[in-house]
Design a protein around this ligand. Structure first.
Ligand SMILES: [Zn+2]
Length: 108
């Protein structure tokens, strides 16, 4: 799970992406994986708990990639008019991790 590198509190991916939606080229960024990862890593996020700022590269890249996939997989995942993410990204990520572990177990 994504945690603030400064205070250690859990971060909500929906909230993090919403910070990125304020970018002028957000619509373009959200559609292109390479551009998304590059922008994500260099983006300055603000922690809603401690108010400190940090770069996206301090967050798990694997989760960021999954978030990109989820946002592109579901139609209407982003409410562009209000700059909101409609998906519960943290729940979906948790579910995805669970399924991956289950899959590994089954393959033994
Ligand atoms: Zn913090």
């Amino acid at each position: 799970m994504a945690k603030c590198p400064l205070c250690g509190n859990s971060l909500d991916w929906g909230e993090l992406i919403e910070q990125m939606l304020k970018l002028e080229n957000a619509a373009e960024v959200m559609k292109n994986r390479e551009k998304f990862m590059e922008t994500f890593e260099g983006f300055v996020f603000k922690c809603p708990h401690c108010g400190e700022e940090f770069y996206g590269k301090n967050l798990p890249a694997k989760e960021a990639e999954k978030v990109f996939e989820l946002l592109n997989e579901f139609r209407g995942s982003i409410d562009w008019e209000n700059g909101k993410v409609r998906l519960r990204l943290n729940s979906l990520l948790a579910l995805d991790t669970m399924l991956e572990k289950w899959d590994e177990k089954m393959r033994g």
